[in-house]
Design a protein around this ligand. Structure first.
Ligand code: HEC
Length: 153
């Protein structure tokens, strides 16, 4: 009986590694465009707190090769880049950035467990929010217009 369980566990682990090889591609494609950052500081803070999932300069940590974390990390990077990618920037992308950060929804809480550096301290918070608004535009949550967004440029 217990031998059976060990076989099953080993099979699952092997299967996860096989699945990983066929599904996960940890690539960092070429940088083809960039937003007009309002300052170097905003860019640096963005790369620190957001860049792993919203750019093509992802730093893949060692545990990103270990299932099941590999799947979770890969999923977040693919979804994050799909949402908006500062390395393949289109004008108007990421306009909720300041809002999402201000609300504490971004960076994803699970990311901050392993990435202490992504916690922007209170002193820099307001500055970072301002920089995100200047760079990506402002999301107006009080009186949403037809397309919900309000650009301030
Ligand atoms: C661990 C990966 C990860 C990090 C780090 C991260 N994001 Fe995201 N982001 C995602 C994923 C995945 C989504 C899409 C799913 C969702 O909204 O939860 C997303 C969605 C977004 C959206 C769209 C939200 C919406 O509802 O339209 C914005 C804006 C955003 N992120 C900004 C940021 C900013 C700004 C930072 C840094 C302060 C950041 N993200 C850090 C993974 C990440």
């Amino acid at each position: 009986m217990s031998k059976k369980i060990i076989y099953i566990v080993i099979s699952i682990i092997i299967l996860m590694f096989i699945l990983q090889i066929s599904i996960i591609k940890q690539d960092n494609p070429q940088i083809i465009n960039e937003p007009a950052w309002d300052s170097q500081e905003t860019k640096q803070n963005f790369m620190r707190a957001c860049g792993d999932c919203h750019s093509n300069e992802t730093k893949w940590p060692w545990y990103s090769n270990i299932p099941p974390f590999s799947f979770l990390i890969f999923y977040d990077v693919v979804k994050g880049r799909d949402e908006f990618n500062v390395s393949e920037y289109h004008h108007g992308d990421g306009k909720k950035s300041a809002h999402e950060f201000d609300e504490g929804k971004m960076p994803l809480w699970i990311y901050t467990i392993m990435h202490n550096e992504a916690n922007i301290n209170t002193e820099d918070r307001e500055k970072f929010i301002y920089g995100l608004e200047q760079t990506f535009g402002k999301y107006n949550k009080i009186k949403p217009s037809k397309n919900e967004y309000n650009f301030e440029e």
